[in-house]
Design a protein around this ligand. Structure first.
Ligand SMILES: CO[C@H]1[C@H](O)[C@@H](O)[C@H](O)O[C@@H]1C(=O)O
Length: 692
């Protein structure tokens, strides 16, 4: 349950010698809660790596010195001047230097948090079994606000949470402080996460009452030494619900004053409170539109309330709007682009990676690049709402990386989404990345043991959105299980392929949102009876006897016009559209000939089949790993993979039987006889896999 902070015993004699020779003691310069937790982390690691403490020493050869820049001797500060120029206020330097005449490994930064991040970095180097020689490492985060979003309710249920109940024991706070809170903070700090939104975006205004602010304060105090700021979701109608006002109109003076007083009250208790995350006028949440006001009016009112305290507002772009009813994918863009440049300086617009909703695969959201004068914050979903909950093994950093690497072309070639997010494309001062957490009170935190890798990977990419997902997988595997190459190599490959596998057995070739509605688990392409048309799978796949797919070209919804010309042009024809997005942008006949000379129907079937076969391969790979993994984790993952296999078949059979009604074509010979009829799948009462 130590996540990636296992600090497995170092058994290699040479390596152990290298480490213990290089670091024979520790010296801490100065004093602060953050330095204390840095030192504690070293001790925890040392006991686990070597079975002993790291002695505190005042001076001598080969000691590890921890301290921030202004605690260093003048001369050393001067010598390191150019190193310090390379890092920002949260960055760190790990370097071999002469300290008081002795050879020393120094971990330093401009802040204590920098020193803590440096400490975790050194421990990572050791977990990865890298030699400590000629150390000269420096690093800084490329994104400022690296934030988890918990969709946790005050009754401890978690919206779209599959790892038990919320870890926040609201009813026992502030009296009971669980060790889990500290472990949560450690884990986050170790990957550079520096903020957490404690509550669901479908918000409850109760959390803004005095009683709850005390509870929030207690958590903030646990997190503070780890550099983690606390944020809350603000329900827009709180002035009515909590303040007894008659309106929540953002232009009303009393309302504005209420929010200012609320901010003052929170900051009096929690001076480093981060600010608010807001879902307004979306899926029944109240917002400024209720009063005929705009998203800018709403966001700027809250921004004004927190600005004197250094707080920020993360305003979500996940809205439905009356513009473009024929294509939900266009709505956020239509709603927000006209406001570019009008948001206050401390507002980030938080945009989901794709325009629909956290699908196994989506093209990047057209808002990225389209609002050069507004800082856009990325919102990824770590919890697997549409990807098999905590049952399917899917390595999400691969998905995150794909979005970040996409080229928006807004400023010519190489205008990647990562550059929009880190601010380099248009020189933004405020930058951020949010991840909807997959954490709950399950003993292993995330339900599926491999869900931990998605939390880990989110943190690493929020720190550096240019990181390679393969490197992330490798780090995580070594830190979580073992450094043995015979384990790491095949498992890394399996993790990297796992995302494409889920796309194949759920939504190949650009299909999307064909899950059963409500819970979003399992196939439901037939569903068509929900009140909002855009919640129905049939709205998205549009299968009929003429073909399948959503025409988003100029002959259809023309969502393509929201992208820069090179993309709009390229994707306007099915011949030049990447096959992975084919049915996202085009409605094509079932016998449409694809690049391999086979029909669309044939290719769809073969993707579903490949998906199933790849899960079979995953189970085989895992079975070969038994000797490297403890029994508990081995058994759990084995069982989950068996369920995943059953469900991949369920997806294949249900989707192909459904689509075949329209294609009217033979099932290709490689598709085994389905275990059940389409009617059976349609009438399943349980959201989980039928016996297959
Ligand atoms: C928190 O609400 C969620 C909702 O559960 C989810 O199904 C939808 O996709 O997205 C919403 C959102 O992101 O606001």
């Amino acid at each position: 349950y130590d996540l990636w902070l296992q600090y497995n015993k170092i058994t290699d004699a040479q390596l152990q010698k290298n480490y213990l020779n290089k670091i024979q003691g520790i010296k801490i310069l100065g004093n602060s809660p953050t330095l204390n937790v840095s030192a504690e982390e070293m001790q925890t690691a040392w006991k686990s790596f070597f079975g002993k403490e790291l002695p505190e020493k005042n001076s001598g050869e080969n000691i590890l010195v921890l301290g921030k820049m202004d605690q260093l001797p003048q001369q050393l500060q001067k010598n390191l001047k150019s190193d310090f120029e390379n890092i920002n206020s949260e960055g760190y330097i790990i370097k071999e230097v002469k300290f008081e005449g002795n050879n020393t490994i120094l971990i330093t930064g401009k802040s204590h948090i920098g020193v803590l991040y440096g400490s975790f970095r050194l421990l990572r180097e050791m977990q990865l079994h890298n030699k400590l020689s000629n150390l000269d490492i420096y690093d800084s985060s490329k994104i400022q606000k690296r934030v988890l979003n918990h969709w946790d309710n005050l009754d401890r249920t978690v919206e779209r949470g599959y790892a038990g109940f919320s870890i926040w024991d609201w009813h026992l706070l502030p009296d009971l402080i669980k060790p889990e809170y500290t472990n949560y903070a450690r884990a986050n700090a170790s990957i550079g996460i520096n903020g957490t939104v404690l509550t669901n975006v479908n918000a409850n205004s109760l959390v803004l009452t005095e009683e709850y602010i005390k509870k929030v304060k207690a958590l903030a105090e646990v997190f503070r030494p780890y550099g983690i700021q606390v944020y809350l979701t603000a329900r827009f109608s709180s002035p009515i619900e909590n303040g007894g006002l008659e309106t929540a109109d953002p232009l009303n003076e009393e309302v504005r004053q209420w929010w200012k007083d609320k901010a003052d009250q929170i900051y009096a208790e929690i001076p480093d409170f981060g600010g608010f995350l807001v879902k307004a006028n979306s899926e029944g949440q109240p917002g400024p539109n209720n009063y005929g006001r705009s998203h800018v009016d709403g966001a700027n009112m809250l921004a004004e309330a927190v600005a004197p305290h250094g707080g920020i507002i993360m305003w979500r772009a996940f809205v439905y709007s009356e513009h473009d009813p024929e294509d939900r994918a266009k709505q956020a863009y239509s709603e927000f682009v006209p406001f570019d440049g009008e948001f206050a300086d401390n507002v980030l617009l938080q945009v989901k990676n794709g325009a629909i909703d956290f699908q196994p695969r989506e093209p990047f959201h057209p808002l990225f690049g389209a609002m050069p004068n507004t800082p856009l914050m990325m919102e990824f979903q770590i919890t697997q709402e549409y990807l098999g909950f905590a049952t399917h093994l899917v390595f999400l950093p691969k998905l995150f990386e794909e979005t970040l690497e996409e080229d928006t072309y807004v400023n010519g070639e190489n205008s990647t989404v990562a550059k929009v997010i880190d601010g380099t494309l248009s020189n933004k001062k405020l930058t951020g990345m949010a991840g909807v957490a997959n954490i709950g009170n399950e003993r292993n935190w995330t339900g599926h043991p491999f869900g931990q890798a998605n939390w880990y990977g989110f943190g690493r990419l929020a720190w550096d959105p240019y990181m390679d997902s393969g490197d992330i997988a490798e780090e995580w595997l070594k830190m979580t299980f073992t450094n043995n190459e015979e384990f790491v190599e095949p498992m890394k490959e399996m993790m990297l392929e796992s995302r494409e596998t889920v796309v194949k057995y759920m939504t190949p070739l650009g299909l999307h949102h064909i899950m059963r509605t409500g819970h979003h688990y399992g196939p439901g392409p037939w569903v068509s009876n929900l009140s909002r048309p855009e919640w129905n799978p049939v709205y998205y796949h549009k299968a009929d006897s003429a073909g399948v797919g959503f025409d988003r070209t100029s002959s259809g919804s023309n969502a393509l016009e929201q992208y820069a010309d090179p993309i709009a042009e390229k994707y306007s024809s099915p011949e030049t559209t990447p096959e992975k997005y084919l049915l996202w942008f085009h409605h094509l006949p079932w016998d449409y000939e694809m690049k391999n000379g086979k029909t669309l129907w044939y290719n769809m079937a073969s993707k579903y089949q490949e998906g199933v076969e790849e899960v079979e391969d995953m189970t085989e790979t895992w079975n070969n790993m038994e000797q490297y993994v403890d029994e508990e984790r081995f058994e759990k993952v084995s069982m989950l993979l068996q369920i995943q296999l059953k469900e991949a078949k369920w997806w294949r059979d249900a989707c192909l039987l459904y689509f075949q009604q329209f294609s009217n074509m033979e099932m290709p010979e490689f598709i085994p006889e389905p275990a059940h009829t389409l009617e059976y799948y349609k009438n399943l009462k349980t959201p989980y896999a039928p016996g297959i």
